[in-house]
Design a protein. Structure first.
Length: 182
C-alpha cells in the first residue's frame, strides 16, 4: 500500500543556489568567582554567504529540503549551518506561492583554532516563490533560528581561576535564490 501511494504522489525534485545575509547574536560572560568578578557582553555579527539547497516537492504543497550555508565572519571565524527544512506551500495563482515552515539541523562555529563549538539549530521560515519558467523559480525568504551552541573556557591567571562562556543565541537571515526543478 505504501509503495502504491508513493507512486501516486506527485514528486518534483529541485536544486537551488542563492545568497543569504545573516545576523547572528552572541553572548559572552567572564567569571572569576574567587574575587567576585563577573562581566557579560552581547554582540552581533552579520555576513553574506552562498546558500545551496537540495529537495523534493510533494503534491505541490509540501516541500522537504536540505540546505547549507557557510558564513565567513570578519574576525576570522567560520559559521556553517546545515538544516533540514519543511515548508508548506500556499499557492496564490499558477506562478506565485507563499511558504511557511520549520527547520532543524546543526550549526558549527570556529574562530581561528582557539574556539570551536557546535550544536543544535532550529527555527522557522517564511517566503515567496515565483515560477519564472516551468522548471526555474525565484525564491525570496526570511528565517529566524535559535541555537544550542556554546563553549566554556577555563584558565588561571596570577593565581585566580577564570571561566568564560560564549553562546550563539539566535540569528535572523534573508535569502534570495534560483531553484531548478527536475
Amino acid at each position: 500500500a505504501a509503495s502504491t501511494s508513493m507512486m501516486a504522489m506527485d514528486l518534483q525534485y529541485f536544486l537551488g543556489a542563492g545568497v543569504e545575509r545573516g545576523d547572528a547574536d552572541f553572548k559572552g560572560t567572564i567569571n572569576a568567582p574567587s574575587i567576585g568578578y563577573t562581566e557579560s557582553e552581547s554582540f552581533s555579527d552579520d555576513a553574506l554567504s552562498l546558500k545551496l539547497k537540495l529537495g523534493v516537492i510533494l503534491d505541490k504543497t509540501h516541500r522537504i529540503s536540505l540546505s547549507h550555508v557557510n558564513y565567513g565572519i570578519e574576525d576570522g571565524g567560520d559559521f556553517r549551518i546545515i538544516l533540514g527544512n519543511y515548508d508548506y506551500l500556499i499557492p496564490l495563482n499558477e506562478d506565485f506561492r507563499f511558504f511557511a515552515g520549520v527547520h532543524l539541523g546543526n550549526a558549527n562555529y570556529e574562530e581561528d583554532s582557539d574556539l570551536k563549538m557546535s550544536g543544535l539549530a532550529y527555527g522557522v521560515q517564511v517566503g515567496a516563490i515565483y515560477d519564472i519558467t516551468k522548471n526555474v523559480e525565484f525564491e525570496l525568504g526570511l528565517a529566524y533560528s535559535k541555537y544550542n551552541v556554546d563553549k566554556t573556557i577555563n584558565w588561571t591567571d596570577s593565581g585566580v581561576n577564570y571561566n568564560a562562556k560564549i553562546e550563539l543565541e539566535d540569528s535572523t537571515s534573508m535569502s534570495a535564490g534560483i531553484n531548478y526543478k527536475f
